[in-house]
Design a protein around this ligand. Structure first.
Ligand code: KG4
Ligand code: ZN
Length: 345
């Protein structure tokens, strides 16, 4: 197969990111550059992402970040086979900035545009970093989504179950805000939990574990954190650490058990395929959750594939890679991709 070099652009939330990924002729992938500029400091004072601030920051940063990604990869515009950009879902202002920049580059360089679904970027990342064939079970845990998907091929995703209310990342962010921790909440909660002296002091519920199936719920857990925090107020830093540890272990218990059940569903669907659980999305950067999943997977006789933390949270290498996957998949069918006419989704 022909080698493919793709510039990826990601601007759907509060990271302004560009990356160049190359698939060489023997099928090996290389991240030639992967530049991520987090806007967290611009949003911190508001306790969450402010869409207009995000869009404006993408405008002021993105062209130079694209340039740096190209320079670091030592790639010229002519060396590119395509430009890939997140076309949604996400904050519309940021998506427009990234998509229009990608269109402009694609037009000037005379290359096709690949419009990438952000979730597909997360879903395929593990194939960038390790040898992983379809089908596999995916646990996607990000700020906006929490779901189990059967990944059967490029563009072939079947949803098996999901949260019925908050996404896990959202629960981390809201818990952090409630406890006065810095934005973004996930890493702050993980850090506070790591410093916990008595991680079993507070007892929090494990929502929906008593119910069959693999759907999840995290809104009640967040409420339980609030009730517990009020009862223990005023909270010392030690209290906050213990409460974060209790929250994190409740989440890990729920995710661990639901993943175990999801793996048996996978094996029912594919009895002859060695089961693989892939975890992706920002929450997959969490060490305690990764460890719980890894322990559960080894007990269940399954393999856990977890991309390095830097590729779990939003980045453009995953967008470039999803572009490569789609181009390669299309080429195998003798088709070409050019999404120039695709609107943001
Ligand atoms: O995938 P992502 O970067 O953006 C979305 O597509 O949503 O995920 C962001 C989410 C946020 O809710 C953030 O708090 C959470 O992932 N997150 C974490 C950690 N790092 C990021 N949650 C728990 N532990 C972490 N270390
Ligand atoms: Zn994401």
């Amino acid at each position: 197969p022909a080698p493919l070099t793709v510039l990826g652009i990601e601007t759907s939330c509060d990271e302004t990111a560009a990356a160049v990924v190359r698939l060489d002729a023997d099928g090996r992938a290389h991240v030639l550059s992967n530049i991520i500029r987090s806007q967290a400091s611009e949003h911190a004072a508001f306790g969450g992402v402010v869409p207009e601030i995000a869009a404006r920051a993408h405008i002021s940063l993105l062209d130079r970040i694209v340039q740096s990604a190209m320079e670091e990869a030592d790639t010229g515009w002519d060396d590119l086979d395509a430009v890939a950009a997140t076309a949604g879902p996400g904050l519309i202002g940021g998506v427009i900035v990234g998509l229009m920049t990608a269109k402009a580059v694609a037009m000037a360089a005379g290359k096709p545009l690949v419009a990438v679904n952000h979730l597909e970027g997360h879903a395929l990342t593990a194939r960038l970093t390790e040898d992983l064939a379809f089908p596999y079970l995916l646990l996607l845990v990000s700020g906006g989504h929490t779901q189990f998907l059967l990944v059967e091929g490029v563009g072939a995703y079947r949803r098996l179950g999901s949260t019925i209310d908050d996404a896990v990342g959202e629960a981390f962010d809201k818990t952090a805000k409630l406890l006065g921790l810095a934005y973004p909440g996930g890493p702050a909660v993980e850090q506070a939990a790591a410093a916990s002296v008595d991680p079993t002091r507070f007892a929090l519920p494990r929502p929906m574990l008593d119910r069959p199936g693999i759907d999840m719920s995290f809104a009640g857990l967040k409420t339980a954190v609030r009730t517990t925090a009020h009862a223990a107020a005023p909270l010392s830093p030690a209290d906050v650490g213990d409460l974060c540890a209790a929250f994190q272990s409740a989440v890990a218990d729920v995710i661990g058990e639901k993943s175990r059940r999801a793996l048996s569903l996978f094996s029912e669907a594919y009895p002859d395929t060695p089961p693989v659980l892939v975890v992706a999305g920002g929450v997959a950067a969490n060490g305690a959750i990764r460890q719980r999943l890894s322990q559960m997977a080894s007990e269940a006789g399954a393999r856990l594939a977890a991309p390095p933390a830097r590729l779990c949270t939003d980045n453009a290498a995953m967008i470039a890679w999803a572009g490569i996957e789609r181009l390669r998949d299309a080429a195998a069918r003798g088709e070409r991709i050019d999404d120039r006419a695709v609107p943001p989704r």
